[in-house]
Ligand binder design. Sequence first.
Ligand code: GZL
Length: 324
Amino acid sequence: MRKRLSLLVCLLLSIVLCAGCSKEPEQSTEPSLLLGFSQIGSESAWRIGNTRDIEESADKNGISLMLENANQKQENQIAAIRRFIAYKVDVIAFSPIVEDGWDNVLEEAKTAGIPVVLVDRDISTEKEGLTACLIGADFYKEGYMAGEYLVRKADSLNLEHVNIVEITGTTNSTPMRQRQAGFMDAIAGDERMNVMESIDGDFLKSRGAENMRYLLETYGGEIDAVYSHNDEMTLGALPEIEKAGFIPGKDMIIISIDGGQEAIDVLKSGKINCVVECTPKLGNVLMETALKLKSGEAVEGVIHPEEQVFSDEMDTSKIAPRGY
Ligand code: GZL
């Protein structure tokens, strides 16, 4: 009897032990990485699309994302980066609202040993090694393509002069600086081109409308072309042009940048002549880069997405849905 009992106990023990050792290791539900991201705000369809894409990409990659919206204030971005440092995130990423004023907080991130990725916009600094990578559009090329379109349009319309007004993005932001530089270089040397005034619209729809009202009061029918640094400001300007009795896309050549669905729909209606694409879909590349940085892999210094021009030179009915 005693023998049977000890056999039974051994049998039970071996079942328990085997069950323990054969158990599949727990699928780790630990996130692969903790990423702190400071987003500029929600000023445009582009920005909202960029935020959505980053959130979806983090989810897809199993990355834990701490995303803070700075509501268009640099001081809020600096405070968020300090919180990320205190929280000891693995990687910090942010879209700097303007290029200057980041040295101190980025020195703190460097001292803490946390790599920093620039998304969308760049910073200007004399210091080395504050950031690991810039993921964002080639804004100079966007501006240059906008200017090249205007030269072609002037040729096709046999215009002898092109009086231009420019509604710029946020002063001292990378897209504003480079979209302006690229555009001016593309039209330089073309005697027909005359930029009458450039005015800051801060990438906001309301400021686009306000600025267009002022430009129409000042120059009225002299305006042959409006170059706007983003769709939001363009969409704010168009009703003002119509209220003043002009037909946008016909009486005035309208050139915009971003390529969101709303602007593409207006392009299809003929009230915008050219929209240069600036994709907000930077999330996947950001996650890949952050994972490489965490594992100590080298990353490229600058990563530009491919971008195209949509205009009345093409069959706009074939433009696919934009997703932002
Ligand atoms: C461009 C981005 C700009 C968009 C605007 O990459 O920085 O900021 O063109 C947005 O719509 O406000």
